[in-house]
Design a protein around this ligand. Sequence first.
Ligand code: NAD
Length: 361
Amino acid sequence: MSVHKIAFLPGDGIGQEVTPEARRALEVVGKATGASFEFELGLVGGSAIDATGGPLPDAALRLCQQADAILFGSVGGPKWDNLPQEVRPERGLLRIRKELDLFANLRPAKCFPMLVDASPLKRSVVEGTDLMVIRELTAGLYFGEPRGREALPGGGEKAINTMSYTTREIERVVRAAFDVAMKRKKRLASVDKSNVLIVSQLWRDTVNRLAKEYPQVQVEHVLVDNCAMALIHKPTHFDTLVTENTFGDILSDEAAILAGSMGMLPSASLGGKVGLYEPVHGTAPDIAGKGIANPIAAILSAAMLLRYSLDRGSDADRVEGAVLRVLEQGHRTADIRGTADKALGTQQMGDLICRQIERSY
Ligand code: NAD
């Protein structure tokens, strides 16, 4: 019997409400398949600050390092907003990313047929959208040196950030993207600004070199400005996209809007040995504690965990299928309610999805 060790870090706010539903979904998969999921709780974010004084106790980091995968909620909230930068809740997540070398961020954006009208774009544009944005997460403009601000002798200031990438940093995320594209429709769009940026030229050369190792994947290069337009003009053109950190930050949020609600969007951060899975949304202080948050992003993150860390693609299909079926039956949480009569709470939605997963075996 396979035993999967999962570090369970719900964090703060609605993280505490939706992550247990994702855990339940995995437990149902375990029961149906005979696989055993062992969850161990770790403190992170504001709740870790309250209990230990810091946003990521050593014990939680060790737990993550020794797990097969990390199921993460979200961190932060007004209670901790006035703390100094170095002890803020999000530092806990940033430290996990750094210590585990999580350099590839995967963000799917799928427009569910029954939620098409929740998208701000026209039905004719978004219908059928199903794409995956892969963003480099640990290098580029946000980390490059030199950086800083300095006073100029004649008055005013000069501010500097540096966009820098090594071949190795590009190669590893692009390789991850080819591997993901192979599990999807075998189409990869590499997004850059190679008509202006030298970094993008190295990026493009590296993609072209690696493409020879993946002859089954159809590769196209897209300039980032064109990509931004195409995403809202013809999102169905894309399947898998890969891009550097800053472009990815912006494009993944743009792609997210296509899906309609924050409560529907899962993500994965991959790199070294252990992957981290979390909903894209934050701790939603406006609805935290009310039991009305949508657990679907967290449950779909658990499906990604099955697919990418545990190589259990067919179980992931069942979890995703169960979400689709529950939505098809007309069940909705408040954020995606539309014209539905009744909005379900977090646990009620979790119950229905778990029951569907069970039935699928
Ligand atoms: P948010 O994602 O928490 O909320 C934005 C809006 O979407 C809110 O109106 C919220 O009610 C709604 N929403 C989000 N998730 C939902 C769900 N599952 N179901 C129903 N509605 C949902 O973003 P924010 O308000 O900008 O941030 C709140 C806090 O979360 C801040 O402290 C921020 O730093 C933190 N945050 C953490 C992460 C993370 O841990 N990775 C990510 C983003 C924001």
